[in-house]
Write a protein that binds this ligand. Structure first.
Ligand SMILES: Nc1ncnc2c1ncn2[C@@H]1O[C@H](COP(=O)(O)OP(=O)(O)OP(=O)(O)O)[C@@H](O)[C@H]1O
Length: 593
């Protein structure tokens, strides 16, 4: 029920801006409903007029009075009512199709904009497949339901209400007779729909798991092949697929059973109306023509009565999928956003330095990762963070450009807390070279000028030269115009890393953070990456997260992290002299190198 309420709120949020279209549609739908529910009364009248005509025509005394004109007039009105019904439905379906296309377009844009504002935490804690599914299958389910079901739902509700009004207006006793089977129908519908609802939810769940599995198997394809696990992968897939097949089948059976059941109820209802209608007609004071007309009219109503219920039940699985889709998309809409100070100022050039001051931080409540980390960096200094895996090096980096915010303590730049800077300005001035380089669709030049799309070719080339990748780029047939798309895998890990270093050099950041690449690159590329890093570090305040100690021997300061605490700091010589954890780490690595 709360899913339904939330889905209602969600749809209302997007549909309310199209209220004019809705009002026009509702007026048209009301008119079409009026046509469709009034039409049977004209049918009844036509039957009555035809009966009178036949009675008058068959008796010689009244044959002269017999006229088909009233019957013809009624028939024309009856036909016009059906034409009116069809044409107004057509127009309102066009209006609603426009509303649907616009509102689902707005939903998609809204979701994408939201993704840009969301905290990094969301992406760290949700799989790519899951986020993607919200953009694809969930939004598709919403679109399909709105496209096909919106008009049907509005029509069904209007027809049902209109029918009740007209039936009671015509003959209250017969109206009650027509409605007599409703409680039984509702009971059956509620029972079946509950079963179908459970099955549809299960189906969505199973599809989510199957997608997650496929996603994982595709991303891990190489690991799979090298370990010869293709057969196991197929077996795993078959298991997930069987579950989807089973739950989809159960869902379809339960959803599919509703419509025939309601058809049956409609037939039963018609029989009840014919039986009681004839009985009332025979025992009442009505003329034969009027009695016959009443039965004809109510048989027509009895058939119409279950139409709205039947059309709603036939849409049931689609509506259920749209409700689930709305819940999942709305979950994203309600995610917390990054906090930008109301009057944040521009991040200034660094005068003295950056201070990480007694910082405590946890990703999850109650599970502290950093326990009072303090690091000082002076302007132009290069600080290296070293430590065993999981010691918190990347976490420190995550705090410096506010991917996450500290729980306690502060990170200050020349005495100003970095949370007081405008977030855009902070990010523009803190350059990061990530361990996993990322290239985007476009040309190599586009990729290098990603952080400053206005940059001219001279700056692009200059950055590429500093990153030691210019020669490689110019050796390609299309040079800087080489397209990076699906074929981006043609670039080696090292080449991608150099391109992403060029991208950072081009933005000329005031503070630089380098998460040293650990990917296996050959020694020549490694030397190139090292030279590129030296270029970019030159004269800049920088942090290097180092995995291979030989790359940071010249650092002004080496900070050793262990279990989220700084256990040693100083330059290489000083730390060796201390003969502590760093010295041991260094000796161990030298053995391997
Ligand atoms: N998004 C996250 N949510 C919860 N815990 C996390 C998250 N990211 C990292 N952690 C945890 O924080 C701790 C520190 O991780 P971090 O990535 O900072 O280590 P690291 O020193 O950079 O390791 P490595 O050298 O392997 O890259 C680890 O115990 C890790 O499990």
């Amino acid at each position: 029920m709360s899913d339904l309420r939330n889905a209602g709120k969600y749809y209302w949020h997007y549909l309310k801006r199209y209220w004019r279209g809705f009002i026009v549609s509702m007026v048209l739908i009301a008119f079409s409903t009026w046509c469709i529910v009034v039409a049977p009364t004209y049918l009844g009248r036509a039957v009555e007029q035809l009966t009178t005509y036949l009675q008058q025509w068959s008796a010689p005394a009244t044959r002269g009075q017999a006229s088909l004109t009233p019957f013809n007039h009624t028939l024309i009105i009856y036909i016009l009512l059906y034409v009116g019904d069809a044409s107004t439905i057509f127009i309102s379906s066009l209006i609603l199709a426009r509303v649907t296309a616009h509102s689902t377009g707005t939903m998609r844009v809204g979701l994408f904009r939201k993704l840009q504002r969301m905290k990094v935490q969301y992406f760290d804690t949700h799989s790519d497949g899951d986020v993607l599914a919200r953009f694809t299958s969930d939004l598709d389910n919403i679109f399909n339901a709105m496209n096909q079901a919106l008009l049907e739902i509005l029509l069904a509700v209007a027809q049902f209400v209109g029918l009740l009004i007209v039936m009671f207006n015509q003959n209250a006793t017969m109206a009650w007779v027509t409605m007599a089977s409703t409680p039984l129908a509702l009971l059956i519908a509620a029972l079946v729909m509950r079963k179908a609802g459970v099955a549809v939810n299960q189906q969505q769940d199973d599809i989510g798991k199957l997608n997650g599995y496929i996603n994982e198997q595709i991303t891990g394809q190489k690991v799979l092949i090298t370990n010869g696990l293709q057969q196991d992968s197929l077996k795993g897939f078959a298991g997930y697929n069987a579950k989807v097949r089973q739950s989809a089948l159960t869902g379809q059976i339960w959803s599919g059973i509703l419509n025939p059941l309601m058809q049956g109820m409609s037939l039963l209802n018609t029989a009840i109306v014919i039986f009681f209608g004839s009985w009332f007609a025979l025992n009442g004071s009505l003329s034969t023509g009027a009695a016959l007309a009443l039965v004809v009219v109510f048989v027509n109503y009895a058939q119409q009565y279950y139409q709205p219920i039947m059309s709603l039940t036939s849409l049931y699985s689609m509506i259920q999928l749209a409700i689930t889709g709305a819940r999942r998309v709305d979950e994203v809409r309600n995610q917390p956003e990054e906090t930008n100070p109301a009057q944040g100022h521009e991040m200034p050039a660094i005068q003295n330095g950056l201070k990480i001051d007694d910082v405590h931080f946890s990703y999850l409540p109650g599970k502290e990762i950093l326990h009072g980390v303090s690091i000082d960096v002076h302007r132009g200094e290069m600080v290296a963070l070293v430590g065993p895996t999981g010691s918190g090096k990347t976490t420190v980096m995550n705090l410096m450009n506010r991917f996450y915010d500290v729980d306690q303590g502060a990170i200050t730049l020349d005495g100003t807390d970095i949370r007081q800077f405008d977030l855009q300005s902070l990010r523009a001035n803190v350059g990061i070279v990530l361990q996993e380089p990322q290239l985007f669709t476009g040309t190599i030049a586009d990729n290098i000028r990603y952080g400053d799309p206005q940059a001219g070719m001279d700056r692009v080339i200059d950055a590429a030269k500093q990153a030691n990748i210019h020669d490689f780029i110019t050796s390609l047939p299309a040079g800087y115009d080489t397209r990076v798309s699906d074929e981006q895998s043609v670039f080696s890990a090292g080449q991608k890393q150099l391109m992403s270093i060029a991208r950072t050099i081009l933005t000329n950041p005031r503070l630089l953070i380098l998460d040293e690449a650990t990917s296996n690159v050959d020694t020549v590329t490694e030397a190139r990456i090292q030279a590129a890093m030296d270029n970019v570090i030159q004269g800049r305040t920088s942090f290097v997260i180092a995995h291979r100690l030989k790359t940071i021997l010249n650092a002004d300061k080496i900070v050793v992290l262990r279990n989220g605490q700084v256990i040693e700091q100083g330059n290489h010589q000083a730390l060796l002299a201390e003969d502590g954890f760093y010295a041991e780490l260094y000796r161990n690595q030298m053995v391997f190198d």
